[in-house]
Design a protein around this ligand. Structure first.
Ligand code: ARG
Length: 438
């Protein structure tokens, strides 16, 4: 069954039919499409297009369809152009001419814009729940491991931090990722149903009513925009891309920290894989895959940005290409967050290895300079003095705090015994990143 055909003399070419069909992927919108259809029918009853009985039959049939799909009595499959055709066909099969009335004052253009908004509002809320669960895992792992570790810049030892503080940086990033999704939901929270093809309808429809039923804040401001804008999809993809970028950096860190050269952490066997040839290998494939899939989600974003960039208003069939990328991105992101949560929960933190590493790389050099500043030296001059101390220590293979006071005094007379507590790792971290030790 086709939703059009009156003005055509010839049947569609088979290849074109297949090429045109989106049912293979937009069937994912089946429940949104049915929900939208029930709301539309209810509104048509309110404005007198359907009698109470007619609406009753439509409502009952569509609810029956939901039940049958859920209980696998009916397969969402077949030779249909799209999900909208499938639902309308079901009604016509069941109710005959009454089913044919459902498309009064509606176009697939506003239908698909509606379905996508309903779907994405829900999907974003799901992603937000998974983000929250990951944030809980990060906080917990941090609280259990408030140990000192070297912090890096340029991947060179920089200053002292704690593992807890390090993890909490990702918690802050994820909080912003969540906010971006909330904002995307807010931006898409307008009802396009009633925009019809692009110019509304001469029927006396009530969009406020369908907005209430479907849980939108209000109707869209402009019908052309309502059917032709996909920035809400792009915004979700952009937010998901940023989120993946954060996960990917976390992956990179954890891969490095788990390497044999670092040994700061051990990734659980459950989230590792082996080699077919090298028996000793335990590889962090979970993290490598999340890092790899980041490229895939960026690709989804760039694909849709490119599709949309030169489309004239209003609807164009190009826009059917929004679905596969966004479905892919949502699935990929949810899988990545869930795996990351597992990796974090099962991660072992090697306190001693981090401590050993702290003693390589003159990680308290900045605080030695700060000490001299407190004694009245200008920071740039203190920097120079400590640079020379570092050079000396490097040659002698010693740490700054291992030098005697006499040795230190050769670099500056201002050094005294109070230097040692000042550059003690715990004291430094307690002063610097106060929250870390709480
Ligand atoms: N499958 C289409 C899409 O995803 C639905 C809208 C079709 N509209 C149309 N005028 N052909 O965009």
């Amino acid at each position: 069954m086709k939703l059009w055909g009156g003005r055509f003399n010839k049947d569609q070419n088979e290849l074109m039919k297949e090429f045109n069909s989106s049912f293979g992927f937009d069937k994912r919108l089946i429940f949104e499409d049915i929900k939208g259809s029930i709301a539309h029918a209810r509104m048509l009853k309110k404005i007198g297009v359907f009698s109470d009985d007619e609406f009753g039959l439509i409502d009952e049939s569509l609810n029956e369809l939901i039940k049958q799909i859920r209980s696998c009595q009916i397969e969402v499959d077949g030779d249909f152009e799209d999900v909208h055709t499938f639902v309308e066909n079901f009604l016509v099969q069941k109710l005959g001419d009454l089913g044919k009335k459902i498309h009064t004052a509606r176009s697939r253009n506003d239908q698909v814009a509606l379905d996508m908004r309903l779907y994405l509002k829900n999907a974003c809320n799901n992603v937000i729940d998974y983000i929250e669960a990951l944030r809980v895992a990060l906080s917990k792992k941090g609280a259990e491991n408030p140990y000192l570790m070297p912090g890096f810049t340029h991947l060179q030892p920089a200053q002292i931090i704690t593992f807890k503080y390090y993890l909490s940086a990702y918690n802050s990033m994820l909080q912003r990722d969540k906010k971006r999704l909330i904002n995307a939901i807010d931006n898409m929270d307008k009802n396009p149903l009633g925009s019809c093809a692009l110019a509304g309808t001469t029927h006396d429809i009530d969009m406020e009513y369908t907005s209430d039923i479907l849980g939108f804040i209000k109707p869209v401001d402009n019908f052309i925009d309502g059917v032709s804008d996909r920035d809400f999809v792009i915004e979700v993809l952009a937010a998901l891309s940023i989120l993946m970028m954060h996960l990917s950096r976390l992956c990179e860190d954890l891969i490095i920290y788990s390497s044999n050269q670092f040994r700061f952490i051990t990734i659980n066997d459950q989230y590792s894989t082996g080699s077919s040839i090298m028996p000793q290998k335990k590889n962090p494939d979970s993290l490598e895959l999340i890092r790899g899939k980041t490229g895939r989600v960026y690709g989804d974003l760039v694909a849709l940005l490119t599709t949309m960039k030169a489309l004239p208003l209003a609807y164009n069939k190009d826009m059917q290409e929004d679905k596969e990328p966004v479905f892919d991105a949502i699935d990929t992101v949810i899988a990545c967050i869930r795996v990351m949560k597992g990796v974090i929960e099962t991660l072992k933190v090697n306190k001693d290895e981090m401590l050993i590493s702290l003693n390589k790389g003159f990680i308290n050099a900045t605080e030695v300079a700060d000490y001299l500043v407190k004694k009245g030296v200008a920071f740039r001059s203190a920097h120079e003095i400590v640079g020379r101390i570092v050079l000396f220590c490097e040659e002698k293979n010693r740490n700054i705090h291992e030098l005697s006071i006499e040795e230190l005094k050769k670099f500056s007379e201002l050094f005294d015994n109070d230097i040692y507590p000042y550059i003690d790792y715990f004291n430094i971290v307690n002063k610097g990143i106060k929250k870390a030790m709480l």
